[in-house]
Design a protein around this ligand. Sequence first.
Ligand SMILES: [Zn+2]
Length: 289
Amino acid sequence: MDILQRFVTQDELTGLPVWLLAAFVAALGAIIGSFLNVVIHRVPREESIAFPASHCPSCGTAIRPYDNIPVVSWAVLRGRCRSCRVPISARYPSVELLTAALFALTYALHSGLTLSLPFDLAFVAAIVALVFIDAEHMILPNVITYPGFALALPARAVVPNLYGVASFGDGQVPPWLLSLGGAVLGALVGGGFLWLVGWLWERLRGVEAMGLGDVKMMLMVGAFLGWPLTLLTIFVGVLTGSVAGVAAMARRGERDMQMLLPFGIFLGLGSLVSLLFGAQIIDWYVAKF
Ligand SMILES: [Zn+2]
């Protein structure tokens, strides 16, 4: 109901049909997704994301502008380089489509046409990049998590998120400051929890369970989402990560949990679920008791 309400409001606000705005945000998502493909490919290889211009990783031919249209070009070229015909990974259109869908969902289900929208879209983009880099390289690069954390703080000051901290101030503290405090609290909860689990695991098993990348990722997620949604993120991440871990172990016949699952994938999934549906999930859960 709340979502529908917001749809109606926006329609009245801009005079444009919501599907048109959603399609526009999705198109923006496809373009950003195209950029994320560059980030996903180059950042783990420590290459510049600006230079040189996009080129075929196989033959080195520069990609022409008309061959660089998100999703469409890949389909037109049937997933092959125009020059050398070497297959281009399906990851490219997948990232573009996924980012388009997530952008449209973020707009329609969460942000609407508010000041929150650009910050939320930047957060989603960072999560998509982290998930795909972690899946391939098992790292969560600092060049994404540090700026992500640094951007989350001003974002929370400009667009206050008082979820979970509204009762702290008693009306004495201005919303932006209360929200900023909430962001720091969220970062401590997210980063602290992951750090503690890693520390305990190391103590108990004598092996490193997770890299500090997960901790830094959760600093960013925690600051952006606040502590209640951060706990939900960890819950969803652990739940889906465990299911995937058990499934992978069963398939490979391994018995050791030490298989190094890229946990960032599941934390990313959890943070997107939390961003889009988290408040409703928590409100529903709290109302049950
Ligand atoms: Zn080529």
